[in-house]
Design a protein around this ligand. Structure first.
Ligand SMILES: C[S@@+](CC[C@H](N)C(=O)[O-])C[C@H]1O[C@@H](n2cnc3c(N)ncnc32)[C@H](O)[C@@H]1O
Length: 401
């Protein structure tokens, strides 16, 4: 990347953005995250819709388990409609293809095993800031005009709260979403606390106190999620969860498996370096850097099992940790020849998932400066480019009993 594309510090300092960063943040990491957090909307190069290959690969990996769950699910005979919810749907084709797959497979089963096929209702649920317009614009292209597979509706709200009336849903899925926490734990934002997360945007490799605070938040959040779904899912209904996770053997300080995967992950080294660059160039102060924390936590299978045990009301049928390769061999070879495009792809990935919260923290101009520095750092790390890295996921299928 060409360093001339970086905006000179003087012109950024003069911008309204920088002077007003304190004032422009009229929301809090602890109470209002649900108003800010979302994936980048639209369909351009930095949108989630164009940068969701990782979640698509995770979905591909978990599909056989989802199909197994549907195959063995109790059929609700006599119901006029079956109700499916995708919690944390975002935009793009992962949610649409999943709902389509569920409807098709269930239709086949009803056709083969019952007197008639019910109608289907699909609830696409995400935080209110999600780009539901883009999502719904994709609906007709997916199913064409000839056949109406299901009735679609959007449900805005946090999955850490109730979203549906009691015993409403037959199937709830949540794909690559539950590793997002409901808030940044309060001690992590308190500069007098031992859990103050200085110099890091995330918790991988952070101090024990920071990690403990995140782990506690994650535990509370998962229990809240399960308690809400326990109310909403009918007896015999299915809860299927795919979320980013870590192997059971790893302490939560090590969120990301092997050291290479950790170093290369979008939330770690390049992100911290980009913040450090802004700090060294005088574009942000330490407080602004240190109050930015990424609200994500990779749970272990044991942590997930414990939450189910505490919540009760579900019987776990499957609970697995699996690894997926970060990207294909062909893509890696392409990027090795062109590290600049690698840096850009990585920065776009970060924009797609973090731009809304980074902009809320820094304002649009400084955020763009951060992404440019991220891009430069990522493309400059040619050693990492040669390494094959992995993401970890946890897949759970449970039946409401
Ligand atoms: C990485 S995207 C996954 C999207 C889609 N399920 C997929 O597999 O491509 C994570 C989604 O979870 C949503 N999300 C995060 N926290 C949430 C919450 N508390 N309630 C509802 N949705 C949430 C985000 O807004 C985002 O759209």
């Amino acid at each position: 990347m060409d360093s001339q594309r970086l905006m000179p510090a003087s012109s950024i300092k003069e911008s309204r953005d920088f002077k007003n960063t304190k004032e422009c943040r009229s929301w809090s990491w602890t109470g209002d995250l649900h108003r800010i957090l979302c994936m980048q909307g639209g369909e351009d190069d930095v949108s989630y819709a164009k940068n969701s290959d990782g979640p698509a690969a995770a979905l591909g990996l978990s599909k056989p388990l989802l199909m197994e769950a549907i195959q063995s699910m109790k059929l609700f005979k006599g119901e006029a409609s079956l109700r499916i919810a995708d919690l944390g749907c975002a935009t793009g084709y992962n949610t649409l293809t999943t709902v389509e797959l569920l409807v098709d497979r269930l239709s086949e089963r009803y056709y083969e095993e019952c007197d008639g096929v019910p109608e289907f209702e699909a609830f696409f649920s995400d935080l209110p800031s999600n780009d539901f317009n883009t999502l719904f614009r994709s609906l007709p292209t997916l199913y064409g005009s000839t056949r109406q597979h299901y009735y679609a509706a959007g449900v805005p709200g946090s999955f850490y709260h109730r979203l549906f009336p009691k015993r409403k849903l037959h199937i709830a899925v949540s794909l690559s979403a539950l590793h997002w926490l409901s808030q940044i734990p309060k001690p992590v934002l308190d500069n007098t606390s031992l859990a103050w997360n200085k110099g890091r945007a995330w918790i991988d490799g952070a101090k024990e106190e920071v990690v403990e605070a995140y782990a506690k938040q994650s535990e509370e959040d998962l229990i809240s999620f399960l308690q809400c779904r326990r109310e909403e899912i009918v007896e015999g209904g299915i809860l299927f969860i795919l979320m980013a996770g870590r192997p059971g053997s790893l302490h939560p300080e090590h969120q990301l498996g092997d050291p290479d995967s950790r170093a290369k992950h979008p939330f770690t080294s390049s992100m911290d370096q980009a913040w450090e660059d802004l700090l060294n160039e005088g574009l942000v102060d330490e407080e602004r850097r240190d109050t930015f924390n990424i609200p994500a936590y990779m749970r272990s299978p044991d942590e997930v099992r414990k939450a189910f045990e505490q919540c009760t009301g579900f019987e776990i049928r499957t609970l697995e940790y699996r690894k997926i390769v970060e990207h294909s061999k062909e893509k890696q070879e392409e990027w090795i020849k062109d590290p600049v495009s690698y840096g850009r792809a990585k920065a776009n990935l970060v924009r797609a998932s973090l731009k809304p919260i980074i902009e809320a923290h820094l304002g649009p101009k400084l955020s763009e400066e951060l992404f440019k520095r991220y891009e430069k750092r990522a493309s400059g790390d040619t050693e990492m480019l040669h390494k094959t890295c992995f993401y970890g996921v946890i897949i759970v299928c449970a039946v409401r009993i």
